[in-house]
Design a protein around this ligand. Structure first.
Ligand SMILES: [Zn+2]
Length: 413
C-alpha cells in the first residue's frame, strides 16, 4: 500500500498572495510548527529572491543544528538552469528543490508569446533538473504549471522526462483550480499508470473544491501503485480563492467514508497540533479564522438549534464526525485580565527578565540578557505585533539564527 504525504506551501504560495504577508520570523515559526505536526516537507520560499536569503540560510542552519526533527526544507524556483544555479549560489546548503515550468498550450503561447515550443519546455526542465542534481540536490520535484489544462499525453511525456533524469516527483498543478474530483482522479490515474512515478497534487480553490480535488487525485495515485503528495497551506491561504487547506485535508483523509481506515496517511502527522498552528497563522497573517472553518473555526463544534443541541448532548456522535480534542481543542486558555508585563521594541532589562522568568528561561548574567533583549527589540520591530511565547523561546534558544533572520539590508543601486 502506498502512502500519502503532505507538502505545505504556505511559506511560498501562501505568502506570494496579493494583500497578505508574513514576517520572516513568522515564516520560521510556521516551519517549526509544521515540523512538530509531522509534515513531510515545507516549501520555505524563494532561494533566488534577495530578501529571502538570510531567512532561508538561517532556517537551513537551524536544520543543521537539529532544530527540525524530520521535515524537508525545500526551495522553489523556475525550471530554468540559471535559476537553479543562482539558488545554489545563494543557498549552498539547500538540499531540496521544486522547479516549475508551464506545460499547457494556453500558457506556453500566452506567456512565452511564440518564443518557446513544447520541446523548449522539456529541454529547459531537463537542463534545470540535471543542474540541480549536479549541484547536490538530494530531492527534486518537477512542477508542471497548469497541468490541469495540459494535454494528457504531453503531461505523460513530461513526467517520463522528469523520471528519466532523476527527479523524485511530478507536481501536477491545478493552477487555476479547474479540475473537479472526477477529472483529477482520472487524469492522475492515467499519468501514474503510464509512468509509475510519485505524484504531487497542487490544487487551488477557485471552484471551491481544492481539498476534494486533492484527495481524489491522491486516491488515483495510490490505487495506481505510486506514492501521493498533497500540497496544502495553513488555513487555505493562497492565490485568489486560496489553496488546499491543511487541516481539512488531514480530516478528509482520516474521517471521510471513502478514506477511513483505507488510506495510509503519513504516520508522522499529528492532527492535534492543528489548533495551535491555525491560530498562530491567523495571528501572524492578521486574518481572522472564519467562524465555519473546518476543524478550527469557532462554530466547528457549536450546537444551538433545538434538535441539534439535544442530540449532541445525548451523544456527541449524533452531530459530530470527530472530537474537538482530535484537532487540539478543548483545553482552557488563560487570558490575563489583570496586571501584565510584556517585552518588546521599547522594553528594558527588568521587564524582559520578568517575562523570560515566567517562561522558565533564565540568563546567566546581565550581559547575556542584554544581548537577547536587543534581539527581542528588533524581532518586535520586525513583526510589528506582540511577540508570542514561542517566538520569545525561539529568540533565546537560537539567537545567532534569529539575528540573521531579522537582518535585511536592501541596496539601492
Ligand atoms: Zn499554486
Amino acid at each position: 500500500m502506498k502512502n500519502i504525504y503532505l507538502i505545505d506551501v504556505t511559506n511560498r504560495d501562501g505568502v506570494q498572495t496579493s494583500r497578505i504577508l508574513l514576517s520572516k520570523l513568522a515564516k520560521t515559526m510556521l516551519n517549526i510548527y509544521l515540523d512538530e505536526m509531522g509534515i513531510f516537507q515545507s516549501e520555505i520560499g524563494f532561494p533566488t529572491l534577495k530578501h529571502e536569503l538570510n531567512y532561508i540560510n538561517a532556517n537551513l542552519a537551524l536544520a543543521k543544528k537539529g532544530a527540525f526533527r524530520n521535515m524537508h526544507l525545500e526551495g522553489w524556483c523556475r525550471a530554468v538552469k540559471g535559476d537553479v544555479e543562482l539558488a545554489f549560489k545563494n543557498c549552498p546548503d539547500i538540499k531540496h528543490l521544486n522547479i516549475s515550468i508551464s506545460t499547457s498550450d494556453i500558457m506556453i503561447e500566452g506567456k512565452f508569446q511564440g518564443s518557446k515550443t513544447w520541446k523548449d519546455i522539456l529541454k529547459s526542465m531537463v537542463e534545470a533538473l540535471k543542474t540541480a542534481r549536479a549541484l547536490g540536490a538530494e530531492t527534486v520535484g518537477v512542477n508542471a504549471e497548469d497541468a490541469s489544462r495540459t494535454d494528457i499525453d504531453k503531461l505523460i511525456e513530461f513526467t517520463h522526462a522528469a523520471k528519466e533524469n532523476r527527479a523524485d516527483r511530478l507536481r501536477y498543478c491545478d493552477t487555476l483550480g479547474a479540475d473537479d474530483p472526477i477529472t483529477m482522479y482520472q487524469r492522475i490515474k492515467k499519468i501514474a499508470e503510464a509512468t509509475q512515478f510519485p505524484l504531487e497534487m497542487h490544487c487551488h480553490n477557485d471552484l471551491g473544491m481544492a481539498e476534494a480535488v486533492s484527495v481524489a487525485g491522491a486516491q488515483g495515485a495510490i490505487e495506481s501503485g505510486v506514492d501521493a503528495y498533497i500540497n496544502t497551506t495553513i488555513n487555505g491561504y493562497g492565490e485568489r480563492a486560496g489553496n488546499c487547506d491543511l487541516v481539512s485535508t488531514i480530516l478528509a483523509l482520516r474521517y471521510s467514508h471513502g478514506f477511513e481506515d483505507k488510506v495510509h496517511l503519513d504516520e508522522k502527522i499529528d492532527l492535534k497540533k492543528s489548533w495551535k498552528m491555525a491560530r498562530y497563522a491567523s495571528y501572524a497573517f492578521d486574518i481572522p479564522i472564519p467562524i465555519k472553518q473546518v476543524g478550527v473555526g469557532a462554530n466547528a463544534f457549536a450546537h444551538e438549534s433545538g434538535i441539534h443541541a439535544d442530540g449532541a448532548l445525548k451523544d456527541r456522535r449524533n452531530y459530530e464526525l470527530y472530537d474537538p480534542e482530535d484537532v487540539g481543542r478543548g483545553e482552557p486558555e488563560l487570558l490575563q485580565t489583570g496586571r501584565v508585563i510584556t517585552t518588546g521594541e521599547y522594553g528594558g532589562l527588568k521587564g524582559f527578565r520578568h517575562v523570560y522568568d515566567e517562561l522558565g528561561i533564565h540568563f546567566h548574567n546581565d550581559k547575556e540578557a542584554r544581548k537577547i533583549l536587543q534581539l527581542v527589540q528588533y524581532a518586535n520591530l520586525h513583526t510589528q505585533k506582540p511577540l508570542t511565547d514561542d517566538e520569545l523561546r525561539l529568540i533565546a534558544e537560537h539567537p545567532a539564527e534569529v539575528s540573521k533572520i531579522l537582518a535585511l539590508s536592501p541596496r539601492y543601486k
